[in-house]
Design a protein around this ligand. Sequence first.
Ligand SMILES: NC(=O)c1ccc[n+]([C@@H]2O[C@H](COP(=O)([O-])OP(=O)(O)OC[C@H]3O[C@@H](n4cnc5c(N)ncnc54)[C@H](O)[C@@H]3O)[C@@H](O)[C@H]2O)c1
Length: 263
Amino acid sequence: MPGEMMNGKVVIVTGAGRGIGAAIALDLAANGANVVVADLNATAAEGVAAAIAQTGGKALAVRVDVSDRASTRQAIEGTVSHFGRLDVMFNNAGISQTCPFLEVTEADFRRIMDINGLGVLIGTQEAARQMIKQGGGGKIINTPSIAGKQGYPLFAHYCASKFAVVALTQAAARALADHRITVNCFAPGVVATELWQQLDREFMDHGLTQKPDQAINEFSQSILLGRVSTPKDLTGSTLFLASSLSDYMTGQTVMIDGGMVLT
Ligand SMILES: NC(=O)c1ccc[n+]([C@@H]2O[C@H](COP(=O)([O-])OP(=O)(O)OC[C@H]3O[C@@H](n4cnc5c(N)ncnc54)[C@H](O)[C@@H]3O)[C@@H](O)[C@H]2O)c1
C-alpha cells in the first residue's frame, strides 16, 4: 500500500529503466506518486512500471531520448494525457565513458554532452513550459555527480557535462523562480550500477586495471563512509527533493557521496 508523502503528485523520472532512476521511480511510487518511467530502452521502462504496479503503485512507461526535443515533448504530452499534469521532473538519464584525457575525441565529447548536458537543458525547458502552462509551480531535479564538482583525468568529457548540469540547475533556478518552479540537483559519488560495470570494463580495455572491480574499488578509496553507494542510498534525499519538505530550496546541489567531495 503506497505511502502518502508524494500524495498523487505526477513525476517523470528519465533513465528510470534501471540503476539510480529505477530506484527513484520505485521509491516515489511507494510514497504515493504517479510515476512516469521514461527511458531510451522501452522494454526496461515497462519492466520497472510493471514492478511498481505489482506493489499497488501507479506507473506509466514511456520511451524517450532525452537528447531529442520532439521525443521529450512527446513523453511530457503522454504524461499529461495519462495523469493530467506534471508536478516533478527528474532529468536523471545520463551516460559515461572511461577515456584518458589525451584520447578524448570530438565524437566522444559531443555524444556525452548531447545526452548529459543538452538533455538536461531540453528536459528542464520542456518540463517548465508544461508547469507554467498548468500553473501552480513545480520541481525539477537533476543528477550531476561528484564529477560535476571535480575534474577527473579519466572522465574529462563526463566531468564537463556534469559541470554543465550544475550550471543549468543554477541558471534555471534563477530563470524559473517567478513561476514557483524550483530547480535543484543531487550529486551521487560511486554507485554500484551497470554504468560502473561498463566503466570498470573500459579501465581494463585501456590497460589501466587488470581485473574486474579493481577500478571501482580503487576509485572508492577516499569515501569517508567506507563503502560504495547503492541506488537505495540516494532515495531518502531524492524523496526530500521531490516532496514539499524542500519547497524553500532552489539552485542547490545536494552531495550524496558518502563524503568524497566536501563543499
Ligand atoms: N553510477 C554512478 O556511480 C553515478 C555517479 C554519479 C552520477 N551518476 C549519474 O546518475 C544517472 C544514472 O546513472 P546510473 O548509474 O543509474 O546509469 P545506468 O547506465 O545504470 O542507467 C542509465 C539509464 O539511462 C538510460 N538512458 C541512456 N541514454 C538515454 C537517453 N538518451 N534518453 C533516455 N534514457 C537514456 C539507459 O537506457 C539506462 O536505463 C546518470 O546521469 C549518471 O551520470 C551515476
